[in-house]
Design a protein around this ligand. Structure first.
Ligand SMILES: C[S@@+](CC[C@H](N)C(=O)[O-])C[C@H]1O[C@@H](n2cnc3c(N)ncnc32)[C@H](O)[C@@H]1O
Length: 276
C-alpha cells in the first residue's frame, strides 16, 4: 500500500485496541472529563443542527455522539473497542453506537453532513487513511473536524508528565511504534493532510482545555486509568521510578493550584475542513 507507515501498523492497532479495552470501565470518569471539553467546539465547527446526519469516529464512551443527538442531529458513533461501545450504550441509552474502524468505515459515500473525531486521530496507525475515509463518507458541502493535543511544554500537563518521565523514569519501554503523538497538534500539519484528502475552507482554533483535579497526583492516575499510550508508558516504569515521577508531577504542578484543587492546562488544536 502506498501510504503504509514505516512502523508495524497492525502491531500498533492491536496495542491501541487492547489498551482502550483495558481502560473502558474507568475512561468516562477520568480522561473522558478532559476530552469532553472539546465537544461543544467540535459540534459548533461542523454546524451540528437538527436533522443533520453526523458521524462521531472513535466515539469512546459516547458523550459527543449523545451531545450531537441532543442538538437534534441524527448521530452515529463508531469505535473499534467492544467494551467502550458497551459503556457508551449504557451511559447513553437510545443513541446509535456501532462497531467500526476509522480507517475502513462501512458507510457508503456521501452518507453524512458532518463527521467529527474527538482525540481519535493520534490513535490511528494510518491517520491519512482515516481522514480520507471521513472525506469519502461526507456529502458535498459537509464538514469534518478533529481535535488533537498540542505539543507538551513547560506550561501544560503533557509537558509536565513528559519532563517527569525523562527526569525520573525512561522513555525506552517496550511499546509498539505509532504515529508521533503531537503530529496533528500544529495547524500546518493538519492543513497538509486535510488538503491532501481534498478538504477546502480549512480553519483551526486552539482549545484551552484543562485538567481539573482535586489533587495533583491524580494527573498520573488519570492517565493510567484513561489512556492507552500514556498508560503503556507509565505502567512499564519500575515502581520506584513511577513513585518519583508522581512526586515530580506534584512538585511542578504547584503553580497550577486554584481554590479547591488544580487546573493544569492541556491545550488542543481543533481543525476543520469542508468537502467541496
Ligand atoms: C482518547 S479516546 C477518545 C474517545 C472520545 N472520542 C472522547 O473524546 O472521549 C480514543 C478512542 O479511539 C478509539 N479508537 C482508536 N483507534 C481506533 C480505530 N482505528 N477505529 C475506531 N476507533 C478507534 C479507542 O477505542 C478510544 O475509544
Amino acid at each position: 500500500m502506498a501510504n503504509e507507515p514505516a512502523y508495524d501498523a497492525e502491531a500498533f492497532r492491536r496495542f491501541e485496541q487492547e489498551g482502550w479495552a483495558d481502560v473502558a470501565e474507568t475512561y468516562a470518569a477520568t480522561f473522558g472529563q478532559v476530552t469532553g471539553q472539546a465537544i461543544g467546539p467540535l459540534l459548533d465547527a461542523v454546524q451540528a443542527a437538527p436533522g443533520s446526519r453526523l458521524l462521531d469516529i472513535a466515539c469512546g464512551a459516547g458523550a459527543l455522539t449523545a451531545a450531537a443527538a441532543g442538538r437534534g442531529a441524527e448521530a452515529v458513533g463508531v469505535d473499534f473497542v467492544p467494551n467502550m461501545l458497551a459503556l457508551a450504550a449504557r451511559l447513553h441509552p437510545g443513541i446509535d453506537f456501532r462497531p467500526g474502524d476509522a480507517e475502513a468505515l462501512t458507510f457508503g459515500g456521501g452518507s453524512f453532513d458532518a463527521v467529527v473525531c474527538c482525540f481519535g486521530i493520534l490513535h490511528f496507525p494510518r491517520p491519512g487513511q482515516a481522514i480520507a475515509e471521513a472525506f469519502r463518507v461526507l456529502t458535498s458541502g459537509g464538514r469534518y473536524a478533529l481535535t488533537a493535543w498540542c505539543p507538551g511544554g513547560p506550561e501544560n500537563a503533557r509537558g509536565l508528565v513528559e519532563a517527569a518521565v525523562r527526569a525520573h523514569g525512561t522513555l525506552d519501554v517496550d511499546l509498539p511504534e505509532g504515529p508521533p503523538v503531537s503530529r496533528f497538534g500544529s495547524a500546518e500539519a493538519c492543513r497538509e493532510v486535510f488538503e491532501e484528502a481534498g478538504f477546502a475552507e480549512f480553519e483551526t482554533q486552539e482549545l484551552p482545555i484543562v485538567y481539573r483535579l482535586a489533587r495533583a497526583e491524580e494527573l498520573i492516575d488519570n492517565l493510567i486509568k484513561g489512556t492507552a499510550r500514556n498508560r503503556g508508558l507509565l505502567v512499564r516504569q519500575a515502581p520506584q521510578q513511577l513513585a518519583r515521577i508522581r512526586e515530580a508531577v506534584v512538585e511542578h504542578a504547584a503553580p497550577f493550584a486554584v481554590a479547591g484543587g488544580f487546573e493544569i492546562p492541556n491545550p488542543a488544536l481543533l481543525a476543520m475542513g469542508r468537502k467541496p
